[in-house]
Design a protein around this ligand. Structure first.
Ligand SMILES: *[C@@H]1O[C@H](CO)[C@@H](O)[C@H](O)[C@H]1NC(C)=O
Ligand SMILES: *[C@@H]1O[C@H](CO)[C@@H](O)[C@H](O)[C@H]1NC(C)=O
Ligand SMILES: *[C@@H]1O[C@H](CO)[C@@H](O)[C@H](O)[C@H]1NC(C)=O
Length: 248
């Protein structure tokens, strides 16, 4: 009997620790129910200081993703919603053009700055104890992989969902996973008319301020097109491989 009494509380603890991210506080933003923990609120406070286009883009990726998850209960039940929120909200920390931004390095590509910044933000938060190493790795991966299409295949559900959500704000049609009603109310509250302007401006700025971090990345053509003196030739993997072939 003693034995059973001991087992029961242990079983309860085990159940609780298997589902640590459920039953989070929620709120409604632009018609979409989203998680509303202190960590998520503080992540929102970080991006609220950014340029309008960047703030709105970051918010839309979270809200489009949340709307898609709300429309798919099976998927929603298998995703860490707080991780999804923090990953999407902070995914473009590396785009912060504020002089001396604490998020932007001189040497890393923007996705890496975002990943390192988001992990640093969580580790420095009062609720960091709820984040084990695996959860932090998923935060890092979901952000680090977002600038290179095709890398989500085969990743865990959380990272795939983050990458999918970030892609939801690409210019073009409404993503089919996001219900029309929510899609329209998000766009009404957070218009996307400046995102292509902001992307063009930011990527030109990245290529001008840290060219070495842009060779062989999605940003490279912006340097070639718009930055005087930018010259990727010689730095591209193509040049290195073909150059070695020629001198063989
Ligand atoms: C929910 O998401 C899963 C995983 O992406 C997908 O296979 C399924 O078709 C979706 N269900 C609905 C109703 O959209
Ligand atoms: C993109 O940005 C560059 C650099 O600011 C600018 O010269 C160019 O006109 C922009 N392209 C378009 C199509 O607006
Ligand atoms: C770019 O760099 C390569 C390799 O150093 C050089 O051969 C080429 O002439 C340069 N192009 C321009 C436009 O300066």
């Amino acid at each position: 009997m003693k034995f059973i009494n001991l087992i029961a509380p242990l079983a309860l603890v085990a159940t609780a620790s298997c589902t640590p991210y459920k039953h989070l506080r929620t709120t409604k933003l632009f018609g979409v129910e989203v998680v509303d923990t202190d960590l998520v609120r503080d992540a929102r406070a970080v991006i609220s200081k950014f340029d309008g286009f960047l703030y709105k883009h970051s918010m839309r990726t979270w809200l489009f993703g949340a709307a898609a998850l709300n429309a798919n209960k099976t998927l929603k039940a298998s995703v860490d919603l707080e991780l999804h929120a923090v990953s999407t909200i902070l995914h473009d920390l590396g785009w912060d053009m504020t002089p001396n931004s604490p998020w932007v390095s001189t040497e890393y590509r923007f996705e890496t700055d975002g990943a390192l910044g988001a992990v640093k933000f969580v580790k420095g938060h009062k609720d960091a104890k709820k984040w084990d190493e695996y959860r932090l790795q998923k935060l890092h991966d979901g952000i680090a992989l977002h600038g290179s299409p095709g890398l989500s295949v085969g990743k865990n559900q959380d990272v795939q969902t983050t990458l999918l959500s970030i892609g939801f704000d690409n210019p073009g049609q409404r993503p089919e996973q996001v219900p029309e009603k929510e899609y329209l109310s998000i766009l009404k509250g957070l218009p996307n008319n400046d995102i292509t302007y902001g992307t063009n401006l930011t990527w030109t700025w990245l290529a001008a301020t840290k060219p070495a971090a842009t060779y062989n990345t999605i940003v490279e053509p912006w340097g070639t097109a718009y930055v005087p003196g930018y010259n990727a030739t010689g730095h591209r993997v193509f040049d290195i491989v073909v150059g070695a072939l020629i001198t063989q």
